[in-house]
Structures are given as C-alpha cells and as structure tokens.
Write a protein that binds this ligand. Sequence first.
Ligand code: ADP
Ligand code: CA
Ligand code: CA
Ligand code: CA
Length: 416
Amino acid sequence: NQRKRVLLLTTPASYRTPAFLAAAERLGLEAIQAVDLPEPLAREWNVPLGVDFTRPERAAEQVAAFVREQPVDAILPLDDSATVLAALACARVGLPHNAPDAALAARDKYLMREMLAAGGVAVPHFQRFSAASDPAHIARQVNYPCVVKPTILSGSRGVIRADDPDQFVAAFARTRDILASEGWAPEAASILVEEFLPGFEVALEGLLTENGLQVLALFDKPDPLDGPFFEETIYVTPSRLPEETQAAIAETTARGAAALGLRQGPIHAELRINERGPWIIEMAGRSIGGLCSTVLEFGTGYKLEDLILLQAVGERLPEPDMAAPAVGVMMIPIPASGILRRVDGVEEASKVPGITGVEITARLNHPIAALPEGASYLGFIFARAETPVAVEAALREAHGRLRIRITPEIRLRPIA
Ligand code: ADP
Ligand code: CA
Ligand code: CA
Ligand code: CA
C-alpha cells in the first residue's frame, strides 16, 4: 500500500505552501515540491526540482521528465503563477488537466472577458486600449461610470472607478504609472475599460469534478466595493444570501468554468450580484490566496487544502459538516502609503470573543503602499462564531482595536 504522491508547484515566498504541506502530512501523502527557482538554488532549498515558471513550456518539459522517472498521482499549482505550467505538465504526462488557455485567462483580464463572452457568459461591456493611448481622447468614447484596470496585474492593483471624463484621465494615467512601476512600458501594456457593475460581491471556493462543480465555501464580502479603489477586507462564510441567489452564483460559476476550459481541481471565483443576476469578475484554477483559507474547516479536522489534495489524488472527500460554525477573515486594509512603523493593539484585538488569530504579515520599518498602488497585505484577522453576523462583528471590533502607524517615506532628490 504505497503512499500516494503529489507534486506541488509553488514559489519561494508563497503563503500557500505551508498549508498544503501540512495537509499532505495529515493525509499521509508524499508531497514533492517544484519551486520557481533556478536549479542550484532549489538544491540549496532542499527541493528536488527548480524550474522557471515564466518559461512554462520548458518548465513543463522538466516537470514531465521528473514525473516519468518518479511518477506522481497529481500535479497541483498553488498560485496563479503555476497554473499554466500545471496544465502543460499534466497534459504531457497524461494527468487530467485544465485548458492552458484557462490559466492564461486568469492572468489576462481581456482574454478572460473574451473567453467568457465567447462561451455565452454575461460580461460587462469592455474595451481594451494600449496603455500608451491618450486618455483624453478615449475619455469621450467610454460610458460612465466605468472601471479602469490593467490587464495583467492582480490584487486590485490599478483597478480604479471613474465617474466622468476628468476622473477617467486621472485613473488611466495612474494605472499606466502602476504598470510602469512593475516594468511595463506603456507600449507593451494594455488597459481594460469596463462598464461599472453596481452590486455586492462574493467569492466562491469550489472543486471541479467529473460530476461538475462542488461548492466548498461561498464567502460574502460585507463591505461595499463601490470604488474608486477596490480593497478586499472582510470575507465571511457561510453566505447570508438566499438559497436561490446562491444557486444562481454556483450555476454562473460552473458556466464560467466551462467557458474558460477549467475542468478539474480547485477554482476560486469572484462574482458581483445585482438585479440582473450574478456576473463573473474573474476566476482561476487555484484555491483562495493569502492566509484566507486558514479559517475554513470541513468536518472534523479537514482543511480546504485536505479536500483539494484528496480530490487531486482521486480519494473520496469527507461528508460536508452541516453544523460547521461561521468563519471569517479580514484582510487588514492598508490605510496609507509610507513606512510601516508600528502595529499596536494586536493583543487587545486577539482578546475579542470569536477572534481566533491576528497576524501582521507586513514588515515593520519597510515601505507599504495603499491601493491602488499597493501590492501586499498588512495582515489578517481570523474569526469563528455561531453566526456570520457575529463573525463580522468580531472582525470589526478587533480591527478597531488595532493602531497602525505609518509615516511618510523620506525622499531625497537631487535639485533639478
Ligand atoms: P484583480 O485581478 O486585480 O483582483 P479584478 O478584475 O478582480 O482585479 O478587480 C478587482 C475588484 O475591482 C473586483 O473584486 C471588484 O470589486 C472591482 N471591479 C472590477 N471590475 C469591476 C466592474 N466591471 N464593475 C464593478 N466593480 C469591478
Ligand atoms: Ca486576479
Ligand atoms: Ca480578489
Ligand atoms: Ca480579483
């Protein structure tokens, strides 16, 4: 009775690796890591395989060669950066896999819209422009309110609402600058302009199996996301939405997955809901990012990562636990850009009834940026209580006890 083996595709700084390694350990699976590192560094890290995720064709060949020598039961991408590689590598060694295009769509918001629309899924009106375009010229062609977003960034970076042409010109320029700060020359980058969809938002964690979509968790996002920037804060599950709305969300997600060529394994989808129904903002063939999954529990002792691994290696999943408590997480908002000096009140926040953890992940005395420029989290607050209402209240109370001190960054420039 040999242990089943799973190859995890991950990055050196991924938040997701420890959770998956712990799950593999609990389940008695052998977890092997392929890390986005040059080969010599991988040896130093003591992982058997170092590959370049930015060259997925080559990396897939290396992964396939490894797997032919040392067969595995599954290859699992832990982050967006590995989903293209996972699809290509699985195809090479005959493991079930998603369409590589689905992984590309998760990294290119324009491709996502095109593929969803082609698959008959409702999408907001959208147009793509070169980031080198003159926004004053485009401002007259678009309808308001609209959302400006870079096609290739994530974490809501550079996603800005504009209500009129003046706001549009400013938003477009700001998004172009954010792209430039990531090394994208305007001529090489695109900016998507979308109809602003009013409504509220949810996030869905699911598994695609041969029987279709299994919803593992539906999170409400109780803070309004109306712009001009779209900072994620509180996630609470189970959802307080009516059954019919939840069913419509699952149905739209399943159709979106089919349109993108997502066929198996974990999916993470974000949707907005209004009186016209649910709309997919985006979806990807991976599980939720950051430390958010920490709060989730399925039955006695099963975490989200256990379920994903069990399904990946073809094992039965535990029965859903109907009596599971409500849980939630707050991605702690970054109130200003500057140098993070102190975070006080962590202990007071931890003492709020229902709070199960407060983790400050940002480094003290280092620069930190608020949205739309920001690219990192300040930290996470976790909660568990009888009801979603109590979870949300606990998160807000705990957050209120934190005192975050950020001072302006000193910049010394030569005199022009
Ligand atoms: P990212 O990949 O950076 O997370 P998204 O496309 O998911 O970018 O957008 C981030 C957030 O911006 C969404 O979760 C949503 O709140 C808001 N948003 C994006 N597009 C729209 C839209 N067309 N209408 C309304 N809100 C939007
Ligand atoms: Ca994204
Ligand atoms: Ca998000
Ligand atoms: Ca998003």
